[in-house]
Design a protein around this ligand. Structure first.
Ligand code: HEC
Length: 284
């Protein structure tokens, strides 16, 4: 009896399962899912590589210095890199005096408190200071940028899907909206069309607008693509300053493991050599 009910209940659930799958399938065919407009027009990051890519990748200090220059002259007016201190710039090959000068002459001063009055004030930065933020707070940042807050860039190459190639593509990817873009997805006031940005329109005006926007001291031609690559390389460094050290440590560890394996094998050979010889004699 119990078994009979058991089978009945089992059949009931199996029936429900088949029915709901069937309904789903019919629905799918009669009413196929529509792809969001954002999805149709969105583009995957461009195929671009960086010197720090791959197991043998290395930072190119010349490029990082150029990227820092682009950050300083173009992006720093809106974006902070709050996790980086001036003294970290010695990684890029600047010496201590140069770092001191960069900190002291940085266009935005470091917030401080006036020792005499206790009022908020600012002072020139020293190497130990983090890079000061361009806006006092998020409200000020949003007010100056069409209600969008320029995000901190220190970890940006790790924060976005697509990583560094995405940042490069975003910087070089502004275009006119395609003719067949629906009205609802066209950039509203203060927005700019960019198919690499997830929802196609963003509040950042194209920051890198034309060749020679900065003047590189190492003679590199400052094309739009070059500046975008350089600043992206700089942002790879801000997100992971010890990237190359980690790779080198990785190789050292692998070399050590190989050596340890060889030594282990040789030790095994020599420990068992006598016993094997004895066994051979016995067998013979
Ligand atoms: C005039 C101010 C301004 C300048 C200059 C500027 N940005 Fe932006 N940026 C913004 C704003 C505002 C946003 C937020 C856009 C949004 O969410 O719609 C933004 C967003 C971004 C994002 C995030 C995109 C995302 O996926 O959310 C990146 C990356 C970025 N900017 C990089 C840069 C770089 C690199 C430079 C310098 C070459 C730069 N920006 C210069 C204002 C600026």
């Amino acid at each position: 009896m119990v078994r009979f009910f058991g089978i009945l209940i089992g059949l009931f659930f199996a029936g429900m399962l088949v029915y709901s799958f069937g309904r789903g399938a019919v629905d799918y065919v009669s009413n196929p899912p529509v792809k969001a407009v954002e999805y149709q027009f969105h583009e995957e990051p461009k195929d671009v590589s960086f010197k720090s890519d791959g197991p043998f990748g290395k930072f190119d200090n010349q490029q990082l210095q150029r990227g820092f220059q682009v950050y300083k002259e173009v992006c720093a007016a809106c974006h902070s890199i709050r996790l980086v201190a001036f003294r970290n710039l010695t990684d890029l090959g600047y010496n201590e005096d140069e770092v001191k000068a960069i900190a002291a002459n940085w266009p935005i001063e470091t917030p401080d408190i006036d020792p005499a009055t206790g009022e908020a004030s600012t002072r020139p930065s020293i190497p130990a200071d983090k890079f000061p933020k361009p806006f006092a707070n998020d409200v000020a940042a949003a007010a100056a940028n069409n209600n969008a807050i320029p995000p901190d860039l220190s970890l940006m190459t790790k924060a976005r899907e697509g990583g560094a190639p995405y940042i490069y593509s975003l910087l070089t990817g502004y275009t006119d909206p395609p003719a067949n873009l629906p009205e609802a997805n066209r950039p509203g006031p203060g927005l700019h069309y960019n198919p690499y940005f997830a929802n196609l329109n963003l509040a950042m005006a194209p920051p890198i607008t034309g060749d020679d926007q900065v003047t590189y001291s190492d003679g590199t031609k400052a094309t739009v693509s070059q500046m975008a690559q350089d600043v992206t390389a700089f942002l790879i460094w801000t997100a992971e300053p010890s990237l190359i050290k980690q790779k080198q440590t990785g190789w050292a560890v692998i070399a050590f493991l190989i050596l340890a394996t060889i030594l282990g094998f040789l030790a095994y050979k020599s420990v068992w050599a006598d016993l094997k010889a004895q066994k051979k004699q016995k067998d013979a």
